[in-house]
Each structure stands twice: as C-alpha cells, then as structure tokens.
Design a protein around this ligand. Structure first.
Ligand SMILES: [Zn+2]
Length: 359
C-alpha cells in the first residue's frame, strides 16, 4: 500500500511537471517573422561574426535592397525585448517595406536570448495579440537582459568595455551597455561585437536603435543622437513637430559608455540614433500588468500621475496604445531618412512604406 502511494505520488508529480513544462516551453516559442516582398536576403549575425554560430545570440538579419544603388540604414528592434514597440516596428519594416534605392538592414530581435524569458516579479505577459493594419500578430514579450540560462553568473559589478565606468553587475547582460562588444567575451558582448561588424562591413549611413521607456523616465518621446547626428535629429524633430508629433532631441552623453548611439558613433562613421517612446507597461507607477496594459497603455495610476504633473509625456484616458507607439517609431525613422536624403543626394535611400502610417 505504501509503495502504491509513493508510486502514485511520483506519477502525479511527473504528470504535473511535464504538463507545466510543455506549457512553459510553448509560451517561449517565438512567432515567425514573415519575409516581406522587399526582403532580398536573410542572414544571421554569425555571418558577420562566426563566433556566434549555434549560440542563443545568433539572430536573423533581414536585408531589403533596392535595384538602384544608394545609402544604407541599419534598424535594430529588440535590444530590450520587454519593449515591444521597437521589436514590432522592425518586424513591420521587414514584412512590409519596399526599397527602391539603397538598402535597409533590419534586426527585429537584436538580443535574441532576451526573448526566451521574462523578468521575475514584473508580471509581464508572455504573449500579446496585436492587430496592425487589420492583421493580427502574436508578439512575444521578453526581458530587458540576456537570459541567465545563457549567461551566468553575473559579477557584482561590470566595467564597461571602452571606459573605466562601473555599473551594476546585471548590466553585463544588457546589450545596450556592452558595445563595442568583445569577440572573446560573454554572449551579450559577442552579440554587440557582431552588430559592430555589420556596421564596419555594410557601412550604414544611418543606424537606429528602437526602444521604449516608462512615461516618468526623463528621456522619453525623444531622439537621442550621437554628436555627428545631432543636426539631422534636430531637423527631423522640427519636421515631426510640424506634423503634430511632440518629440525632443538629446545629445548622446559623452561619458556614458557601452550604449549603442555612443559606441556606434565613436567607432564608425555611421550617424547613430536611439529612439524612445513611452510605454506604461514597463513603468514603476503602473497597476495591474496584463495584455491589455501592453496594448492600450491605459492605467488609472498613470492617469493620476499625469494629473499631478509627474509624467514627461502627454497622457489621458486614451492611454498610450502600442499602435501609436509603433506609428511614432515608423514616422520618426522615415523622417530621419528624409532629412538625410536632403543633404546626401549621392547616398539617397528610397523607401516605400506599404502599410498605413497615418498619425
Ligand atoms: Zn530600452
């Protein structure tokens, strides 16, 4: 009888563990990114740095090349996989944009490992169902940092590669602190190194890193630009303001190293930008965190904070929907390209956005 009880206990436990493990793994399975009509080549990061081959950092690199020669723009989404607007914007570009002149290189899941987990205690929904241009897409939400299963343990502190600056240890799993990367370093440093190799070999004129931030964060609804890219950022911001899109420009801090816009701009000739939109589902003031909050950005505590003048972006009962955040990113990218084209006719980048982009 005792043996039977033990057997039953283990059998039931095994059944429950298998069931929950299956569910867990199914939730972390990544949705496909469709190859749009403009895509001319799909590469991997390991094509630029073989050290990433067969590692969890080896993400897809989509190339959209026009028939006519022109300039080149590099677009990164998913540097922080808990910021869906960046990933979704890059995915929409891959699936819908056409390039007549020049080239787009898009990496929707820059930190692929970060898409394989969510951050403990953040209650992030693992999947959300997003509708764009009447099409439904399932989106995986990940974590800000590389999965500790792929990079562990963290040292207590992390010294950024190009300076003596010391940051918190967990930041060594933050792709946006590990540039210009290290071919012999951690998986995050190797991904950063591979992205630098893309910039060295493909020589993009413009490089844009797409992000989201909490509405109470100081750098939000903003273009952060490397010193050499400031003129274009300011003119693009003026154009966007004329179109009714409120956006600020910030100079990339000179003494804050490891960041994409700082290191891309310091080590290569590319014009480096980082774009931030406001996402209440990653803010500290939020209440219930669920799919609805990610999609609509409607939150009663953010409304109270807005009424108390504590936010850095306009906020009302309509929230800050993911659709709006993606539209802001798309419009800002296209405006930066437009301004660049005005001053660089020899490196003209001719892009058609085949999806609705009204703002
Ligand atoms: Zn970010």
């Amino acid at each position: 009888m005792r043996l039977l009880k033990i057997f039953l206990f283990f059998a039931i436990s095994l059944f429950l563990i298998t069931g929950s493990a299956k569910y867990f793994l199914s939730q972390r399975k990544l949705e496909s990114i469709n190859i749009g009509p403009g895509v001319t080549q799909v590469k991997k990061l390991s094509d630029y740095f073989p050290g990433l081959l067969n590692t969890p950092g080896d993400t897809d690199v989509f190339i959209l090349e026009g028939k006519e020669q022109g300039g080149c723009v590099l677009i990164l989404g998913g540097t922080h996989p808990n910021e869906p607007a960046g990933y979704v914007t890059a995915k929409i570009i891959v699936e819908n944009f056409l390039v007549e002149k020049g080239k787009i290189i898009a990496i929707p899941r820059a930190n692929l490992s970060g898409f394989t987990h969510t951050q403990p205690l953040e209650a992030t929904p693992e999947k959300v169902l997003f509708t764009w241009n009447n099409k439904k897409m399932i989106i995986t939400i990940g974590a800000r940092l590389t999965n500790p299963v792929h990079q562990w343990p963290d040292s207590r502190l992390y010294r950024t590669i190009t300076s003596q600056q010391i940051v918190s240890g967990s930041e060594q799993r933050n792709l946006n602190r590990t540039y210009p990367g290290d071919p012999d370093g951690t998986i995050t440093e190797k991904v950063a190194y591979a992205i630098m190799q893309i910039i060295y070999s493909e020589k993009p004129d413009i490089s844009i890193d797409l992000h989201e931030a909490a509405p109470e964060y100081t750098t939000v609804n903003a273009i952060v630009a490397h010193d050499r890219a400031l003129d274009i950022a300011v003119e693009a911001a003026m154009m966007l303001e004329i179109d009714g899109i409120d956006i600020s420009v910030e100079r990339s801090p000179r003494d804050f190293h490891g960041l994409s816009h700082r290191e891309w701009g310091d080590h290569t000739d590319t014009l480096a930008f980082l774009l931030e939109v406001a996402n209440p589902s990653q803010g500290r003031l939020r209440g219930k965190t669920d799919e609805n909050l990610v999609l609509t950005g409607i939150d009663k505590y953010y409304l109270r904070a807005a009424k108390a003048g504590r936010l850095n972006v306009p906020y009302d009962e309509n929230g800050l929907p993911l659709t709006l955040r993606v539209q802001r990113h798309l419009k800002t990218i296209l405006t930066i390209i437009d301004v660049f084209n005005t001053y660089n006719p020899n490196r003209y980048i001719g892009v058609t956005n085949t999806v609705e982009s009204s703002f």
